[in-house]
Write a protein that binds this ligand. Structure first.
Ligand SMILES: Nc1ncnc2c1ncn2[C@@H]1O[C@H](COP(=O)(O)OP(=O)(O)OP(=O)(O)O)[C@@H](O)[C@H]1O
Ligand SMILES: [Mg+2]
Length: 299
């Protein structure tokens, strides 16, 4: 089965990619088996946004209705990588009369983008009820898409875990450097502490070889096993690729301009591995010390 067939199988064959006009703004009445993928990281600058943007584009290019949300509070740069104007952004969803369709932008390949823009300070300062209002609007909107990718900020605040908790799959981006591994361990501890049963996939970015990536995963499994009684079930290696930096400078995403570059080939391989899921498990609310968080259903 090729990748396109797998994607279609995953999303239940419910859409027809050909002549699919208006795919960036799908209608409200569409109900799908939406897959939520959150891309996060421990240490800064390890390639999280590169992964989120290019993965979203590769999915959109396959004909999947795909939404990319920039929820990296403080370091929003999805719009920069995609060369989009960010005057409409996530922060505007805090306004009662504004909905996701009012702030969504159309990116390349009919990718729908909700920019982080400059509204992130407002979002960071928003209180719990305001955030709940915003997340409620987004959750309703997610249902229109086959894939929702979220570029989330790292950290332990509810403004971060609220976004992570919606995800069926968390992609935890790291490099093989000891400092990144230490921060990845810390992020794993936080994520598993807040989201019961979370099983983040490791994305080992810029690893020179499979052996180097496997060694980093072994080291992480050692420490996570010892202190968290947890082992990562899955990891993916993204190859180092000097062209990545050039694509960012040009504000032209790699997935479109250099489809055969090693980083894009690695991301395609990762998508193939991810889309071998059967239907993603539905998140369910569980109580956790008085807080409500989402967990994955095990059955
Ligand atoms: N596979 C790769 N090969 C080579 N360089 C890469 C690769 N992935 C990312 N980079 C480089 O790493 C830098 C950081 O990438 P990016 O902005 O995606 O990271 P980030 O984790 O989102 O950072 P931040 O913490 O600032 O949000 C960029 O300069 C980018 O060019
Ligand atoms: Mg980033």
């Amino acid at each position: 089965m090729d990748q396109a067939s797998r994607l279609r199988a995953l999303i239940g064959g419910t859409h027809t990619p050909a002549a699919d006009t208006g795919r960036a703004h799908p209608s409200a009445d569409r109900s799908t088996n939406t897959c939520f993928i959150a891309v996060t990281r421990g240490k800064g600058g390890v390639g999280k946004t590169t992964v989120a943007v290019n993965t979203a584009l590769l999915l959109a290019e396959q004909g999947a209705r795909t939404l990319l949300v920039d929820a990296d509070l403080g370091l929003a740069n999805v719009d920069v990588m995609l060369g989009l104007d960010s005057s409409r952004h996530l922060g505007h969803l805090l306004l009662e009369d504004r909905g996701p369709e009012d702030v969504a932008l159309e990116g390349p390949c009919s990718l729908t983008v909700i920019s982080g823009g400059s509204g992130l300070r407002e979002l960071a300062d928003a209180d719990r009820s305001q955030r709940a209002l915003l997340l409620g609007k987004l959750r309703e909107y997610y249902k229109r898409f086959d894939f929702v990718l979220i570029d989330t900020a790292p950290g332990i605040g509810e403004e971060v875990t609220d976004f992570l908790a919606d995800a069926h799959r968390i992609l935890l981006t790291t490099t093989v450097e000891p400092t990144a591994l230490r921060d990845t361990y810390a992020a794993t501890k936080t994520i598993r502490g807040r989201i019961s049963g979370a099983d983040p996939h490791l994305l080992v970015n810029m690893a020179a070889s499979d052996a180097a990536a496997a060694e980093a995963v072994r080291a992480l499994n050692h420490v996570a096993g010892k202190f968290l009684d947890y082992r990562y079930s899955n990891w993916h290696r993204i190859e180092p690729d000097p062209i990545v930096g050039k694509a960012i400078s040009e504000r032209r995403p790699l997935a479109l301009t250099r489809p055969r570059s090693p980083a894009v080939v690695s991301l395609r391989r990762m998508i193939e591995a991810l889309t071998e899921w059967s239907a993603p498990p539905a998140p369910s609310l569980v109580a956790n010390g008085g807080r409500s968080v989402l967990a994955f259903k095990t059955s």
